[in-house]
Design a protein around this ligand. Structure first.
Ligand SMILES: [Zn+2]
Ligand SMILES: [Zn+2]
Length: 246
């Protein structure tokens, strides 16, 4: 039989994968039992661990850690991030560590407290460029790859743009082509409401209190590790601060 050897290899491989997944599920089951989770949820976590063990280790388990275990996990996570605390971040401009730059909302969303300022260069993390309301400006670049007969390449300019939340009144002469502006002026329309211009996305708009963190934009600023796992660590940090002061 010439197919015997490959078939056997496949069976062995499948058995190895199965043993590995069962091992992960068993570790979850044992830990959940040690942490006194009731039988039904315990089985649920173990079954889920066959495909996604992180759901238990970074989910339900966190709620049952002792204060000392929480402290150790938080210290290790901060060390991996190269920071003193999981709530800190490095300034995207000068790499200085910014303290208490991240927090967590009751709904579990990562938030940036208002006026989180870099102690070294003064950069504000709640600058418009990190906000969900920020709409970057578009620029024509140089000649790019020809597409549809047009040799123009549109490049997104993240240094300036407009706010999708705040509006401002601008003179029609400023925002419309001359012909249209003239028509509107004839109709008695001098001003139109437009999205508020953001001339410099590195600073927040004055008096804006609507900053809403855009994690994608943070990544564009080369700030890594602001993700689901970080959100869980931040929640852990808060419960740890509560339990340590009890
Ligand atoms: Zn800085
Ligand atoms: Zn804003």
């Amino acid at each position: 039989m010439s197919t015997g050897a490959p078939t056997l290899a496949l069976i062995l491989l499948a058995a190895a994968v199965l043993a590995w997944r069962l091992g992960a599920a068993t570790r979850v089951y044992q830990d959940a039992r040690a942490r006194r989770f009731p039988a039904l949820p315990r089985l649920g976590y173990a079954a889920r661990a066959l495909v996604a063990p992180d759901d238990y280790w970074w989910g339900a388990r966190l709620e049952r850690l002792t204060a000392a275990e929480q402290t150790a996990i938080l210290a290790e996570a901060a060390r991996r991030l190269g920071l003193r605390s999981v709530a800190n971040l490095r300034c995207p401009l000068c790499r200085q560590e910014m303290g208490k730059a991240l927090s967590i909302s009751p709904a579990g969303q990562i938030v940036v407290p208002r006026e989180t300022i870099c102690p070294a260069c003064g950069f504000r993390l709640d600058a418009c460029r990190h906000c969900q309301h920020f709409k970057p400006g578009a620029q024509t670049g140089g000649a790019g790859p020809a597409w549809g007969g047009m040799a123009l390449r549109w490049e997104t300019d993240y240094t300036q743009g407009a706010c999708q939340l705040h509006k401002e009144m601008r003179s029609v002469a400023d925002v419309c082509p001359p012909q249209m502006a003239n028509k509107l002026l004839e109709m008695g329309l001098d001003y139109v409401q437009t999205p508020k211009a953001i001339p410099d996305s590195f600073v927040p708009l004055e008096d804006c209190r609507a900053f809403t963190l855009d994690e994608e934009e943070l990544r564009r600023s080369d700030i890594r590790g602001v993700d689901k796992r970080r959100a869980r660590l931040l929640r852990l940090l808060i419960s740890n601060q509560v339990t340590s002061t009890l």
